[in-house]
Ligand binder design. Structure first.
Ligand code: FAD
Length: 513
């Protein structure tokens, strides 16, 4: 649709100068993506402050990062050596379903589907007839994770992601971005300066105008046409200067605090993230080549910093390399993530919590989406609306998936878990849970991150027992079903036995050799 001169997005300002505020994982991922894609057309500057630093966590990723690296032309071995990365095949959820009960949410595909019915229906029938073992036994990645094995397999036969050192990743992406012409400016942003008018002739308050420049503490002004707010939880541009509100989701997601520290490695790196539930939150362990990232995430309504820190220190191995650092956050999302000539990406746009490692994924989705909707001769409100709608839609499904882990549990050992079991969940999640419980069916919606298999693994893992399975599974007699399940398991076990240990593979491949 053509825009008129009265369009509040000031379409007559072409976008040539892009200013990225902030150089954490978000800032440098956006810089790398933008410079690699449109760098020759744009003047890209990134402002960051060494004095302020980055949040310094965010080390577990999901397989979509491979797509991002492919778009950037990143060499995997070079990247792994530069970031001390290891492979990740899933997340081990320990004590989430109940104290002492564990399961793995892996990145693989479990079993083989029929077009009318997913594999879970055949597995459920197998369980009923005493013919099937654990659901995870029919997933290659999950079995490889349990056996601490890994190798690249032909035809992308293994789905994986990485554990990486966030600081080294930022430095790596910085080198890439600067190689593509991004200019880094060191300095502390003191002010966000707005245009005098909004371009429509109307008298509007500053927060409803476009941003004109960032003024640094030394007085330098960095002017731009498009500003990307990657200033972390401060959200200096989107939240503070443009006044975009924040939707607080703490009534669904209880955790609002974290304590992080690093330890020396004392054992072989496992190819999965450990997520260990506590009465008031959970703990992560992320093994890298050179060290282990550790932390607790907790609800400040249900415990205090000292209790959480003692639990963390009491449940780690290896020499502690860094001082414990407390991080506060508010689970939720900004009302919109693109307003006028400013797009918020990373923590500046919101944060759910670290469970399921979706934050870096959302940064890359934001960056790719921005590339797809990159303005040519001025920012159009139709693009802005579409971008905001797509991001909100995608985030709601991720939010539901995370809430699932907290709500569907048999734990009743502490006030936090009792509250979470009893809470009202979003209608979209309620429907999924009811559908699975009653029929064992799951349907992935367009543009949704998590696959059917992820939902099934976590719903079964958290303790939902579907009441029935699809009639197609009844077409198989016991003998045929036993053969179908048995052959599949044997094929997987055969492959897993041939894989090298994850540690040995990383030592060779991940060190760049
Ligand atoms: P930051 O790292 O905070 O960077 C902000 C940047 O803005 C810095 O460069 C800073 O210097 C700059 N800045 C701020 N103010 C100014 C100013 N006034 N002037 C100049 N510069 C300024 N995500 C995952 O995907 N996987 C995980 O396992 C994971 N674990 C997490 C664990 C915890 C406890 C937390 C809190 C988050 C976790 N995340 C995880 C999220 C992940 O850490 C972030 O998404 C990611 O690090 C991006 O952060 P950022 O770049 O938005 O912000």
């Amino acid at each position: 649709m053509p825009t008129t001169p009265a369009d509040p997005m000031s379409p007559r300002r072409p976008v040539r100068r892009v200013v990225i505020a902030g150089g954490g994982t978000a800032g440098w991922m956006v810089a790398a993506c933008l410079s690699k894609t449109l760098g020759r057309l744009l003047d890209i500057r990134l402002v960051e402050s060494d004095e302020i630093g980055t949040v310094g966590v965010g080390e577990a990723t999901i397989p979509t990062l491979l797509t991002f690296h492919h778009l950037l032309g990143i060499n995997e071995q070079e990247f792994m050596a530069a970031t001390q990365a290891t492979f990740k095949l899933g997340i081990s959820f320990e004590g989430w379903r109940d104290v002492g009960e564990d399961y793995i949410h892996s990145f693989g595909v479990t079993g083989t589907d029929h077009w009318t019915a997913g594999f879970q229906h055949f597995w459920l029938k197998g369980r009923e007839r005493g013919l099937a073992t654990e659901y995870g036994d029919y997933c290659l990645e999950l079995r490889a994770a349990q056996e601490h094995r890994f190798a690249h397999l032909p035809r992308a036969g293994m789905n994986y992601a990485f554990h990486l050192d966030a600081t080294l990743y930022g430095a790596y992406l910085r080198r890439l971005s600067e190689g593509h012409g991004v200019q880094r400016v060191e300095g502390r942003i003191a002010d966000v300066l707005m245009h005098d008018a909004d371009g429509s002739g109307a008298d509007v308050p500053p927060r409803d105008r476009d941003i004109r420049a960032l003024r640094l503490q030394d007085g330098t002004q960095i002017e731009g046409d498009l500003f990307i707010d990657c200033t972390g939880m401060r959200s200096l541009l989107l939240g503070q200067a443009l006044g975009v509100g924040y939707q607080d989701w703490s009534h669904w997601l209880p955790c609002d605090s974290a304590i992080a520290l690093q330890t020396a490695s004392v054992r072989d790196a496992v190819p999965y993230t450990r997520s260990i539930a506590h009465p008031w939150g959970w703990q992560w362990q992320i093994p890298l080549q050179h060290r282990v990232g550790n932390g607790v995430v907790f609800s400040s309504r249900h415990t205090d910093d000292d209790t959480a820190q003692s639990a963390l220190l009491g449940n780690i191995q290896g020499e502690v390399l860094t001082k414990p650092r407390v991080i506060r956050f508010k689970p939720g999302q900004r009302d919109v993530v693109w307003k006028r000539n400013c797009v918020g990406i990373g923590l500046a746009s919101g944060f759910l919590e670290p469970l399921e490692s979706t934050s870096i994924h959302l940064i890359q989705r934001s960056a790719i989406r921005l590339m797809q909707m990159f303005p040519k001769d001025g920012i159009r409100s139709s693009d802005v609306d579409e971008y905001n709608a797509q991001m909100a839609h995608e985030l709601e499904h991720i939010r539901d998936f995370i809430i699932l882990h907290y709500h569907v549990t048999n734990r009743s050992d502490s006030p936090m878990w009792r509250d979470l079991r009893a809470m009202a969940v979003p209608a979209s999640l309620r429907h999924r849970l009811d559908l699975f419980r009653e029929t064992a069916r799951v349907f992935r919606v367009p543009n949704e991150l998590f696959t059917e298999n992820s939902w099934i693994q976590v719903m079964l893992g958290q303790g939902i027992a579907p009441e029935q399975f699809h009639p197609t599974a009844d077409l198989m007699g016991d003998e045929e079903l036993a053969r179908f399940l048995g052959d599949m398991r044997e094929r997987i076990e055969h492959t897993v036995r041939q894989l090298p240990s994850h540690e040995a593979y990383v030592r060779k491949y991940g060190a760049g050799m």
